[in-house]
Design a protein around this ligand. Structure first.
Ligand code: GDG
Length: 491
């Protein structure tokens, strides 16, 4: 089984004189002003939650966009800051973008085009040429920063996600001593869906410059290979799961991302979490109600309105549960400058208001929405309090909330209701799998979760915990690094 220590050893022994550089849009630690004080917080992001423990184990440099208003104040003259603040173990190098660059590259091409293109949730992607040009420009800015770091030496560069599809090609063209792996954190849709992107060839050429191209599940690998096969004059080898294009070979592999199981398991048992459970229960006025819970970045792919509709259906069909069940939805608004996200936030607020008005009795109301960036201890307390956790994504690469819930349930209690449209559902087969579009079935799943006998809950949770314990985040990183090592220059 992979652990933080064994990953650390792999890196120390095998990486030799290679620098280890991770690159992503989102940074793992954001410094912001709170009045005159500077505070450091972790963003609500699956990518950073997963990669941070890996970087803590491997050391190295993580290059990302500095998005906090106090970020510039906290870096040295090379734009670097050591993180995590409480136990520095790697270097975060920040890249600065102006508002136009951030808007065109991040809000624009990344999140108005690629995000809806890759998630089949019926939100139309918007392909805007100026945004695409800004995306190209910003990928070049990232490339310059990586190349400056590598100098004339050798490096393993671990590129993250859909914001940086063009980066590998830029790096390889500039320095042949660079080996790259790219992990695509979101789904890759089928060829027919992807081909509407007017710049699909440039994107594919960027990605096929990588030595290793990783997705969460094999299905996304297959979709990617089909897309390549249709769009480019490439040799697609389904036996070896490789693509050859322009004389370059790219291994395409599934690497299911995960969480730091041992750390979450340990944290969940801490006395501060017990105290936080009491504080939250008191503060939210909870007695002995059955507690359901969701934690999400508020995104239209996460199926948040769909779960509220199921709660409504459940309370209408089984009125005996009115007054006895409370659903706590935690999470923060995301990408608020994009119109679809503004509509989603309005829809969430109005559904909560409508459902609470419909069923409220005295002090009890069925849904509590905690719309703030809660500290880790509160998120952990929620996981521990929740009799059931709902993950109802309409489409999701993996979904770490599901794995975090499982890893936190050291007591083997709790039920996970999980959408089959998440990557996580391939591994967490002991969850109650329910289609979030099917409101009636979803309502029945809530009833089943509440009424499930303790022995069955325990049996299911135990199995899921074994899966997450074994397939933890260190295994994910070790598998990718081991694959990369096969491409070591000169070997
Ligand atoms: C992408 C893919 C894939 C949520 N709300 C708050 C908060 N969170 C934390 C959760 C979790 C993370 O954010 C969200 O993880 P997800 O996996 O759901 O992902 P996305 O951000 O959509 O990420 C996804 C992931 O990349 C990794 O590859 O699993 O499929 O879409 O850690 O606990 N954290 C805080 N406040 C919140 O309100 N602090």
């Amino acid at each position: 089984m992979w652990t933080k220590d064994s990953l650390c050893e792999l890196v120390r022994e095998k990486l030799g004189d290679y620098k280890f550089i991770a690159v992503s849009n989102r940074e793992p630690y954001v410094h912001t002003y709170s009045g005159h004080q500077v505070i450091c917080r972790r963003p609500p992001s699956g990518l950073t939650a997963a990669l941070d423990p890996v970087m803590q184990a491997c050391g190295g440099i993580w290059i990302a966009h500095g998005s906090g208003d106090a970020d510039r104040r906290t870096v040295d003259r090379n734009n670097k800051v050591s993180v995590p603040p409480e136990k520095p173990s790697y270097s975060l190098k920040r890249i600065w973008l102006n508002k136009e660059e951030e808007d065109g590259y991040y809000n624009g091409f990344s999140n108005k085009a690629l995000w809806p293109l890759c998630h089949i949730v019926y939100t139309r992607p918007a392909f805007d040429e100026p945004d695409w040009n800004t995306y190209k420009k910003v990928n070049n800015i990232f490339a310059e920063s990586v190349l400056e770091e590598v100098g004339t030496g050798k490096a393993f560069v671990f590129v993250q996600d859909y914001h940086l599809a063009l980066l590998p090609k830029l790096l390889k063209e500039a320095n042949s001593n660079i080996i790259t792996a790219h992990f695509w954190h979101i789904p890759w849709p089928n060829e027919e869906a992807f081909r509407i992107c007017p710049w699909q060839n440039e994107i594919l050429e960027g990605l096929l410059s990588n030595d290793v191209m990783g997705f969460h599940i094999r299905y996304h690998c297959n979709n990617f290979m089909e897309t390549v096969g249709q769009a480019l004059e490439a040799r697609v080898d389904y036996e070896r799961y490789e693509v050859s294009y322009g004389g370059k070979r790219t291994a395409v592999r599934p690497f299911p991302i995960s969480v730091d199981f041992e750390e979450l398991d340990r944290e969940a048992q801490g006395a501060e979490v017990t105290a936080e459970v009491d504080r939250l229960k008191n503060c939210l006025g909870l007695d002995d109600e059955v507690i359901g819970m969701g934690i999400d970045r508020f995104d239209y792919t996460k199926g948040i309105p769909d779960r509220f509709k199921a709660i409504d259906g459940f309370l209408a069909k089984y009125p005996e549960y009115q007054g006895k069940v409370i659903f706590i939805q935690a999470g923060v608004a995301s990408r608020v400058l994009i119109q679809e996200y503004q509509s989603l936030n309005k829809e969430i607020d109005s559904l909560v208001e409508k459902i609470n008005w419909k069923y409220a009795k005295g002090r009890w109301k069925p849904i509590i929405c905690l719309r703030e960036n809660l500290p880790q201890v509160s998120l952990m307390a929620l996981r521990r309090m929740a009799d059931f956790c709902v993950v109802s994504s309409l489409h999701d690469g993996m979904n770490l909330v599901a794995k975090e819930y499982v890893a936190s349930r050291f007591d083997e209690g709790g039920v996970l209701i999980l959408s089959p449209f998440t990557g996580a559902s391939r591994e967490l087969t002991e969850a109650l799998l329910v289609n979030p579009y099917a409101t009636d079935q979803f309502a029945e799943a809530i009833k089943k979760a509440i009424e499930m006998p303790e022995a069955e809950k325990q049996k299911r949770m135990k199995k899921m915990r074994e899966v997450v314990r074994e397939n933890n985040i260190y295994k994910w990183a070790a598998d990718i690094i081991s694959e990369l090592l096969k491409f070591e220059v000169g070997v």
